[in-house]
Design a protein around this ligand. Sequence first.
Ligand code: A3P
Length: 321
Amino acid sequence: DEDGKASSREEEEVKKVPTQEEGGLFSSIPLVQHGNFWISPHLLKSIQLVQEEFVPRATDVILATFPKCGNTWLKALAFAITNRSRHMLADHPLLTHHPQDTVPFLELPNRQIQPLSELEAIPSPRLLATHLPFSLLPASVTAVGSRVVYMCREPKDVFVSKWHFENRVTEKLVVELGLSFHLFCEGVSVWGPIWNHYLEYWNESKARPDKVLFLKYEEMMSDPVKEVKRLAEFLGAPFTDTEERSGVVDEVVKLCSFEHLTSLEVNSTGVSDRIGGFPMENSTYFRRGKVGDWENHLSAEMAQQLDSIVEEKLKGSGLTF
Ligand code: A3P
């Protein structure tokens, strides 16, 4: 039957994921399918704990992204916007704290090791982050009316960013681009398929625009001032006319820009363990920060292949790249 066929196809996909010898960190262990998404098995328990134990608040804002879509940037921006009255630029926390450490992830580090109760201690309004697809967020997030900001990115650039990231965080340069690309096109990557991840949040943002804001990396890059103002409004912290006139929006944009963040010691040196048992260099979260870098890594045929898959999967949704 259809289901039977589908699951044997899935088993094939699992087998295609590179082994430890061939693959990088995120492909060292075969991915497993969970709620229509591919994930590392070590995340399963953490996700279950989030679903069972996370207590959302109406004032929460959850920053959601598919991996490599600009989560680090979004964390920095949301933190800078919502804390701007508290921090003067001269001694802003983002000058000495990695953006990743300004907003905690729901599902990371492994919640078996570092319990979710640490999130309870954060005063309202909380900024939280997640890679969970919308369908795997606890239903209570919607029920209590927490807000969600989702940031997506052009899929070819996401793939290229992901491929570099996986190779950087592995000791050996190992993930072969062609195989990784093939798997990505089949929807097999951590939290893939990317189009399902995008569509769930996209549809939710259409149904409940007051609760789910959908941003695109490319639009943020081409008009950061406009998008940051939109983000601030959604976060309930719109810039006042006086702030706009005195250049506060530009200051936030500059503070969180790729160029500025990468110039800071906290982001360019040192190692931290944010996943739990997997230390990574702080600079790993920053690479080129450009739109269209896929051109330097994918052939025209590869580009056309992924473009047509994505177009087909997003058809009728209104979401385009
Ligand atoms: P590239 O690999 O294309 O450079 P995430 O934060 O979700 O892991 O995404 C990482 C991607 O966002 C990387 O893309 C990284 O360079 C880029 N990035 C990080 N900080 C950024 C910033 N302040 N502005 C724009 N892009 C940024």
